[in-house]
Design a binder for this molecule. Structure first.
Ligand SMILES: [Cu+2]
Length: 200
């Protein structure tokens, strides 16, 4: 409501308008600063979660089109696939096989079969990466994420991923659904160095 001017009740007081103007301006500035801060804080989480960080934020092509080199490899091209490895997942919280061996530079098609009644997933990474990701999923159970190095597979379904193991080393694959990782739903991937890169 507009305050009544006691001197002339027909003229609304001007002072209210001025203070409102200042208040609006400083609020807008603060909001902008907060938004910038929120955006910078959201980045590390968004990088992990890779869902749309904020509604209304521009949709960046975060996966499929962008191939990001990871310590455990890079998203593969289907036409580079020379070998398919089938891995089954079960409610006993185990993968079969539990260990696969890959040559450095090899692109694998991983066909991931869920024989259980629960949702399972296969996520490739280093032990450290998988552990921190599992901790994050425990904190945010509904967290949505999708990356070229993971496959979420519903009960009775089959998922697939194509990955190029262009870094030699010992890596792991795991189901990071809370409880499953802790129950030992972890497998191992040995990426054997290519002959040219091998030391004598
Ligand atoms: Cu699982």
């Amino acid at each position: 409501m507009t305050p009544i001017n006691p001197i002339n009740p027909m003229t609304p007081m001007k002072t209210t308008k001025i203070t409102t103007h200042f208040a609006t301006q400083s609020t807008a500035k603060t909001a902008m600063r907060n938004a910038a801060l929120a955006a910078s804080l959201a980045l590390p989480l968004a990088a992990l979660a890779h869902g749309p960080a904020q509604p209304g934020a521009p949709m960046a092509p975060m996966h499929a089109t962008v191939k990001e080199q990871k310590p455990w490899g890079i998203a593969g091209d289907k036409k580079e696939v020379r070998r398919t490895v089938r891995i089954t997942m079960s409610d006993t919280m185990r993968f079969a096989p539990e260990r696969i061996e890959v040559r450095e530079g090899e692109t694998l098609r991983l066909v991931v079969v869920n024989r259980g009644k629960l949702l399972h997933e296969l996520v490739i990474g280093t032990r450290a990466e998988l552990e921190s990701h599992a901790a994050l999923m425990k904190k945010h159970p509904g967290m949505e994420h999708d990356e070229p190095y993971m496959a979420h597979v519903a009960s009775g379904r089959t998922g697939e991923l194509v990955w190029t193991f262009n870094r030699a080393g010992e890596f792991e694959f795991a189901c990071l659904i809370p409880g499953h990782f802790e129950a030992g739903m972890i497998g191992r991937i040995a990426v054997v160095a290519a002959p040219a890169a091998q030391r004598r």
